[in-house]
Design a protein around this ligand. Structure first.
Ligand code: LMR
Length: 399
């Protein structure tokens, strides 16, 4: 009898499993709106021009690939600090923010979670209700107990801000609060700058630790505008963590490139914090890979490539906004009563309000693949499939 005979089949991943199901569907009508991956008008994942040009520059002078330091390539972490916190940021200049290269956003969340749980084993974490499906696996895996604060309001299709403030205010000092920096996943509902200020007032008063997840910098308003909460936390001298990812923003999904930044009280404390965070890197994957981070630092530090990247992100944002508009029009034309949620929400996703059962109907009858929590990826809609998506969704949405 095999030792492994008792191991049961794991359930399919709520997001990645949708892509597997999509691939095995023979229907010619099928549309994958499950995973958060940007697609262009022809339904393909684009390679950014700035990325292709940076790769060409890197290939001109091939370098040996020794181990990187545990916290990654210094030019990459410096460029990341500038992108996340803005040029000439006082908190960065003071040395109280440390940044470690990571295996994309997920890796940054994991390194941060391990660091925090080892230092404060009794601390709990609060997530928005709802949140990205993988957050619970990452933080529970690091040893955290998880609670939720109210966030999405089904009645209004927006943020339940009083509920959010109340939920966060009730947390014990030292509680970690996971905040989506922009383009909330899955709801697409973000805080206004004034609401960010109020949330951070509560965070400071109750001595909580904000942990920002920023996977979509540039997809809401722009790379400078989107980190409003993160930059305010740094400006106020709060203790905080921020995981940023280059998967969506540079189209570097398969390179696994991102970073974890930790805001500390001063440069001396930051040095000690960095030494502990590096231990988390060492015990997870020892040190990060070279290629993706070299691309990002080349783009960000070459003015021409950086301008090209910014223009390309802006074009992604515009295309998504156009698809939101066309989808809302299509839903209206097919009798859906309220379509404001489609155009008000930001980022890659629209939260339809459909139940898990309805999302399964959408898959089974119409071959449109979204996530069971009601999320669809608008960034995968194009002018060829938008009408079909609108017609199909309209059969399930309230009239
Ligand atoms: C998503 O939410 O679809 C993406 O962040 C991809 C993933 O890993 O879940």
């Amino acid at each position: 009898m095999s030792l492994f005979a008792s191991i049961e089949q794991a359930p399919a991943d709520p997001i990645l499993g949708i892509t597997d199901a999509f691939k095995s569907d023979p229907s010619a009508d099928k549309v994958n709106l499950g995973i958060g991956v940007y697609q262009d008008e022809s339904g393909k994942l684009p390679l950014m021009d700035a990325v292709a040009r940076a790769e060409a520059i890197i290939a001109e002078t091939p370098k040996p690939r020794g181990y990187l330091p545990m916290d990654g390539i210094p030019e990459f972490t410096a460029a990341t600090k500038e992108l996340v916190f803005g040029p000439g940021n006082e908190a960065v200049a003071s040395g109280r923010i440390v940044t470690l290269q990571s295996l994309a956003g997920t890796g940054a969340l994991k390194i941060g979670a391990d660091f925090l749980h080892r230092a404060f084993p009794a601390a709990r974490i609060l997530f928005s209700d709802p949140t990205w499906d993988n957050h619970s696996a990452i933080y529970a895996g690091a040893g955290f107990e998880i609670d939720y604060y109210p966030y999405y309001d089904r009645a209004t299709g927006g943020v339940n801000f009083p509920g959010m403030l109340e939920g966060i205010s009730a947390a014990a000092p030292g509680t970690v609060v996971l905040l989506h920096a922009c383009c909330h996943n899955p709801s697409g509902c973000d805080l206004t700058p004034a609401q960010w200020a109020q949330v951070l007032d509560v965070v400071a008063e109750k001595q909580l630790v904000p942990f920002f997840d920023m996977a979509y910098q540039g997809f809401a308003v722009g790379p400078e505008e989107d980190p409003v909460g993160v930059r305010l936390a740094a400006e106020r001298g709060l203790l905080f963590l921020v995981a940023n990812s280059y998967s969506k923003t540079f189209g570097l999904y398969g390179e696994r490139v991102g970073a974890l930044s930790i805001g500390c009280t001063d440069a001396t404390e930051a040095k000690r914090v960095l030494s502990r965070a590096k231990l988390s890197v060492r015990s997870n994957y020892s040190n990060p890979p070279t290629h993706g981070a070299s691309i990002v630092s080349t783009v960000l530090s070459t003015p021409e490539l950086r301008a090209s990247w910014e223009a390309e992100v802006a074009s992604y944002r515009d295309r998504i906004a156009n698809m939101r508009h066309l989808l809302a029009e299509g839903l209206k034309a097919n009798g859906v009563a309220n379509t404001d949620f489609v155009t008000n929400q930001r980022g890659m996703f629209t939260f339809t309000g459909l139940s898990a059962e309805q999302m399964q109907t959408l898959r089974g009858e119409y071959h449109i693949y979204g996530v069971d929590n009601g999320r669809i990826c608008v960034a995968a809609i194009n002018t060829r499939n938008v009408e079909y998506v609108a017609q199909s969704l309209a059969k399930l949405l309230p009239r």
